[in-house]
Design a protein around this ligand. Structure first.
Ligand code: GDP
Ligand code: MN
Length: 397
């Protein structure tokens, strides 16, 4: 689950990470009020207005702008709120901006040394350790830095059972070329950031830029936060931060009914039980010359109601030319599943306009096949993997 920048910054702040201060606003008038309120605490009349969407690269797309007075701020906020913001990370049509973060201007012109850094915390699956990635080349495209000058990106692996050791925090500050007060502040910043990452069950923090201010303070100017969905049950407060308008509507619906569904770009819908079999089925579809339209694990109980819901979700995708159902009947008997498919099909009536290929293997597979074959519906049965692939190929030809 992704957070907006303003939510990410609040989360960081609650763990003691220093941030660029800001207030979120939904209208230009609210933005002006936010700026006035900020000026009272920060003393600066300059503010940045930042579009809040779940995508990076907002600066490049015109979603981050500096306002030097309230009149400019009102104008800029009015322009950004409601705009369709296109960045390298949004879909081609962009994303609608519903709110902006009004933040204190923390930049100062004429800095003589690098003062924008890059820092992320993530899991290194290969080593089973958390990892801090950081670079002096902050503010810009970190992908371009990784491509052209990979030696400028440092990594620090953290043993999760030990946590970030003080010497590691010092190493980070040293490698970033800091000294004096900024060095000390960076060690505090990294330590707090790591605690926030672990404490919120995050799977990714990306802070770009981390800024060294004119008074040698280290603060987070941006915050991309991804939380691990499997840890959300421990963070009811964070779960409330979910912005459904930023998410794929079919995936939202699937989650509500407890189905594991991921939307993809292909033309063959699939309905499978078990994540491993689902992956294998997606490979099968590719071999047959198709592209999977989704990942869908219906789980252990493939009864009529669940199958029907799964059908409904898959059929919302206009690109679907065929549906492949691949279910292994171990605990759940194949004939039950087959009956479920037939019942769901009948309930859906005309909603199903595409051929359906069903492969049921396991307990009572033979009875299941008879049930499907004698149903009179546009459902093709297959027993072997290859047979299913061939039928998919025919269906989408
Ligand atoms: P992103 O483009 O989506 O990654 O959004 P960021 O939050 O990183 O902002 C983009 C850029 O806006 C930053 O790299 C900065 O150069 C600039 N920016 C952010 N905050 C300020 C600020 O307080 N003052 C000024 N002048 N520029 C800022
Ligand atoms: Mn950024």
């Amino acid at each position: 689950m992704n957070l907006h920048e303003y939510q990410g910054k609040e989360l960081l702040s609650s763990f003691g990470v220093a941030i660029q201060r800001g207030i979120v606003a939904k209208t230009a008038a609210e933005a002006v009020e936010a700026a006035k309120q900020l000026t009272e605490t920060t003393g600066t009349g300059w503010h940045v207005v930042k579009a809040q969407i779940h995508a990076g690269g907002r600066g490049k797309g015109g979603g981050v702008k500096l306002a030097k007075n309230l009149k400019e701020l009102e104008q800029i906020a009015g322009d950004i709120i409601g705009m369709q913001l296109i960045t390298p990370q949004t879909p081609p049509e962009g994303k609608k901006v519903n709110q902006v973060l009004v933040a204190e201007d923390v930049y100062y012109p004429g800095a003589s040394e690098p003062n924008e850094f890059y820092m992320s915390v993530l899991l290194n699956r290969a080593t089973g350790k958390n990892m801090i990635m950081y670079s002096t080349e902050g503010g810009m495209d970190i992908e371009a830095v990784a491509e052209a000058t990979p030696h400028l990106i440092f990594t620090e692996e953290v043993d999760p059972s030990l946590g970030l050791m003080p010497f590691q925090a010092r190493k980070v500050a040293f490698n970033l070329g800091l000294s004096g007060a900024a060095f000390k502040d960076m060690t505090k910043f990294v330590s707090a950031l790591y605690k926030a990452y672990v404490g919120s069950d995050a799977s990714l923090f990306e802070i770009n830029p981390v800024l060294k201010t004119s008074d040698e303070k280290i603060i987070a100017v941006d915050a991309k936060v991804t939380l691990d969905e499997n840890g959300l049950f421990r963070h009811k407060d964070l779960e409330l931060l979910r912005d459904l308008s930023e998410e794929n509507p079919v995936e939202v619906e699937a989650r509500e009914v407890g189905l594991n569904y991921v939307d993809l770009d292909g033309n063959v819908g699939c309905m499978v039980n078990g994540a491993g079999l689902a992956m294998a089925t997606m490979d099968l579809i590719k071999q047959a010359g198709g592209e999977p339209a989704n990942f869908l694990d219906v789980g252990g109980t493939a009864d009529a109601a669940r199958v029907e819901t799964a059908f409904r979700l898959i059929l919302k995708d206009p690109n679907v030319k065929a549906i492949l159902i691949n279910i292994f009947g171990g605990i759940v008997r194949c004939d039950r599943v087959a009956q479920g498919i037939v019942d769901a099909y009948k309930n859906l009536g005309d909603a199903i306009q595409v051929p359906i290929i069903v492969r049921l293997q396991g307990t009572n597979a033979d009875i299941a096949k008879q049930l499907i074959d004698s149903s009179g519906l546009n459902v093709l049965s297959a027993t072997a993997f290859q047979e299913a692939a061939d039928k998919v190929q025919e269906a989408i030809a």
